[in-house]
Design a protein around this ligand. Structure first.
Ligand code: F0G
Length: 456
């Protein structure tokens, strides 16, 4: 088999600092045992997120120099609008500074108290934006999606029966729109099949409920459809993306993912009256509708990046890096979510640290051990990020206790991943000595960003 190489060469470098284990222990202590509170320069391989952390191409940097910084109707806006319309076929395009700003506008214009918003799995900011306005975020993921060992090809699919039951239970009047997240970040970066998007749309159509796609990783999803779904092998990723969006009435997007940019997002829709309401709020919160919180140069970089994310060779290389890491971890016997997701490898912390109960956060145990062992920063996607409280205020564990090692786009090379395998191997070997954690300080929303931990 031929080695799949990075389809680019490196033109600019950024030094990485490697501090000692003692320094890392001290830094983590000062960060209240929460890796979100570390200084980034103290993390030698930073896999906290694939969001906004990618390397831009020469074409993107060149496009930035063409940035038209006119307040209204700039050339860069036209480039951005035309590109988003080309990929999505959707009429109204509203730029935002990132994905959650699009979610906030969507939630604050369309959701009232008691409304229910179905999704395969809501991302944390989506859920927070819905709950902030009194809505209920319903996760209707297919059963395979919560079984980390199940190797089904489309574990991000929504469960159609659960969707029908949700509509029957709450009634369409309580459901202003439904969402589907491609790929399903919180469930392991798993893709959604075209057949599932179509089936979701068919059910929603019966009840006149619009569909909004959370499109952050639409190009990775298109790649998985190309590789895994019958009938798509000969198509371009652009064709596949266009078909995906043809079933949508709108979308929210974080261009920090498949926009291959460091900042940016958009909110799009076909409905004229939605667009008017969105624009009213956009002007107050983000900016004039032709820049929406972004500089002209950002709009340019995104317009180029969105098309680059749909280049087949780029996706082949990206998915090869994910596979490279996941296959090595499987060989070592480390429990991970299978098959590997699109933007990350997810360690199954519940299975790794079976001596730690869910509410002592095994994911935090693994994240902190990875940092101390090798300066690698990952993120917990488990009971800290997704836990909830029942009506008696008792904390409920998350269905999954995962640790995500997200891959910044076009940033790390194979030797970084070899080092990472060595770090994980040590953590796995010494897993019996990893402690559980308790929370000593937390906020009401999105507590994982700022909470403080203490070893149990
Ligand atoms: N939806 C999904 C599926 C996401 O993964 C994210 C961000 C957002 C919405 C919000 O976008 O950050 O631009 O406001 N995910 C990042 C992550 C933060 O690390 O997975 P944003």
């Amino acid at each position: 088999m031929k080695t799949i190489i990075e389809p680019f060469r490196i033109k600019t470098t950024e030094p990485i600092k490697i501090i000692s284990k003692e320094e890392r222990i001290k830094a983590l202590k000062e960060a209240h045992e929460n890796v979100f509170l570390l200084d980034a320069e103290d993390c030698c391989i930073d896999l906290l997120t694939d969001s906004g952390t990618g390397a831009m191409s020469t074409r993107q940097w060149a496009a930035m120099m063409l940035g038209d910084e006119s307040y209204a109707g700039s050339k860069s806006w036209k480039h951005f609008e035309k590109t988003v319309q080309h990929i999505t076929g959707i009429k109204h395009i509203l730029p935002t500074h990132q994905g959650r700003a699009a979610e906030a506008i969507l939630a604050q214009t369309l959701i009232r108290k008691g409304h229910v918003i179905p999704n395969n799995s809501h991302f944390d900011t989506t859920r927070a934006n819905i709950e902030y306005v009194g809505g209920i975020a319903a996760n209707l993921l297919c059963d395979e999606g919560t079984d980390t060992a199940d190797e089904s090809p489309f574990k991000g699919n929504m469960d159609i029966e659960k969707l029908e039951a949700c509509i029957a239970e709450h009634g369409k009047e309580k459901i202003p729109f439904a969402m589907i997240t491609v790929t399903n970040n919180t469930g392991g970066g798993q893709p959604v099949s075209m057949a599932n998007i179509k089936a979701v749309k068919a059910v929603l159509n019966k009840h006149n409920i619009p569909l909004v796609i959370d499109a952050c990783r639409f190009a990775e999803n298109a790649y998985f459809i190309h590789e895994r779904e019958k009938g798509y092998m000969g198509k371009s990723l652009l064709d596949i993306a266009q078909e995906m969006f043809s079933y949508a009435d709108g979308a929210t997007m974080s261009c920090k993912k498949d926009g291959l940019a460091n900042i940016g997002g958009f909110l799009i829709c076909n409905n004229d009256s939605w667009a008017e309401e969105f624009r009213n709020l956009l002007i107050i919160r983000e900016g004039f509708p032709t820049y929406g919180g972004l500089a002209g140069r950002d709009l340019e970089a995104i317009a180029v990046g969105l098309m680059e994310a749909l280049e087949y060779d780029y996706q082949v290389y990206r998915q090869a890096t994910v596979r490279y890491l996941s296959e090595r971890l499987i060989d070592l016997g480390v429990p991970i979510v299978k098959p590997a997701g699109g933007h990350a490898v997810f360690l199954d912390a519940r299975k790794m640290l079976d001596h730690i109960p869910d509410l002592q956060y095994p994911g935090i145990g693994v994240v902190n051990a990875l940092y101390i062992e090798g300066g690698v920063r990952g993120v917990e996607l488990g009971s800290v990020m997704f836990g909830s409280f029942d009506e008696n205020g008792r904390e409920q564990a998350s269905p999954l206790e995962l640790v995500r090692l997200a891959f910044p786009r076009r940033v790390y090379t194979q030797s970084h991943f070899d080092y990472l395998v060595e770090v994980i191997r040590e953590v796995w070997k010494n897993r019996a000595s990893i402690p559980g954690y308790s929370i000593t300080y937390q906020t009401r929303f999105l507590r994982h960003f700022t909470c403080h931990f203490e070893k149990v």
